[in-house]
Design a binder for this molecule. Structure first.
Ligand SMILES: [Fe+2]
Length: 265
């Protein structure tokens, strides 16, 4: 049985996990009305530094010492704990602690029962973009549901960090070098290709080039969790590239397919 049929959206509309203050007080509280450098529920919110990521910092993984949910954690859902831990990590430091965020994402064991209310599928699209959680100016967290056999355009990441965790299925990533003079250098040069299974956590940024993500399965949906910090693309858009001639086009991101479990018409 495919758990990501569009009918799920109707279910999720009536029972949005993240819309329930009882089950996700952290998420709902963080989303609305947070100003930069303000406080939420005792957590100091600081503007994240958009400076480029230093790969050496990422490889030198720090120990994860302070990401466990506090006693204020409302729900026992592991996914809710994940959201809380991400929020806590990103709102308590001036710059994103990428090793810590990676460890947080790795420690979560994916279970569709935790996140299916966010996973709205649409077979008429390459993939859907479903907003799970955001703190303006600091991060946004999306679940993408990949239609079988479909892929994204080649794109950049608007000077943001992108952490991706495969929640279900498999995805293939192809990376490309950024052309110095888009549209004049011919076909994009592919620099890497990797296949990721459920549970895998990966990192991407403009410092590593461009990429495209694809669902290689011809029969099964794939689902992935994407953390963007700062959430630049949501504000100012990003660039998509033509793989055949290397030309670039600035695009603004379209509306989310669902927001906190509520399907957007
Ligand atoms: Fe991407």
């Amino acid at each position: 049985m495919n758990p990501f049929k569009p009918s799920l959206a109707r279910f999720s509309r009536s029972t949005p996990i993240a819309s329930s203050p009882r089950t996700l007080g952290v998420a709902t509280g963080c989303i609305a009305g947070i100003a930069r450098n303000s406080k939420y529920d005792g957590i100091e919110l600081k503007q994240q530094d958009p400076s480029p990521f230093i790969p050496d910092d990422f490889r030198n993984r720090a120990s994860l010492s302070n990401h466990s949910p506090s006693h204020r954690q409302i729900s026992d859902s592991p996914f809710t704990h994940l959201l809380y831990s991400i929020t806590r990590s990103l709102t308590q430091t001036p710059t994103a602690n990428l090793p810590q965020l990676t460890s947080i994402l790795r420690s979560y064991v994916s279970n569709p029962l935790h996140w299916s209310a966010y996973a709205h599928a649409n077979p008429s699209k390459q993939y859907t973009r479903n907003l799970v959680l955001e703190v303006p100016g600091i991060f946004n967290l999306l679940i993408l549901v990949w239609t079988p056999g479909k892929r994204s355009a080649v794109h950049d990441h608007a000077d943001s960090h992108c952490l991706m965790k495969i929640l279900q299925g498999e995805l293939v990533e192809r990376r490309f070098a950024i052309p110095k003079f888009p549209g004049t250098e011919g076909k994009l040069k592919q620099t890497a290709k990797a296949e990721y299974g459920t549970g895998k956590v990966t990192y991407m940024s403009d410092q590593l080039g461009l990429h495209s993500i694809a669902n290689p399965s011809q029969s099964n949906y794939a689902v992935s969790l994407h953390l963007y910090t700062p959430p630049n693309a949501a504000v100012r858009g990003c660039h998509v590239y033509d793989a055949d001639n290397g030309s670039a086009e600035h695009v603004m991101q379209g509306a989310y397919d669902s927001v906190r479990g509520i399907v957007q018409e």
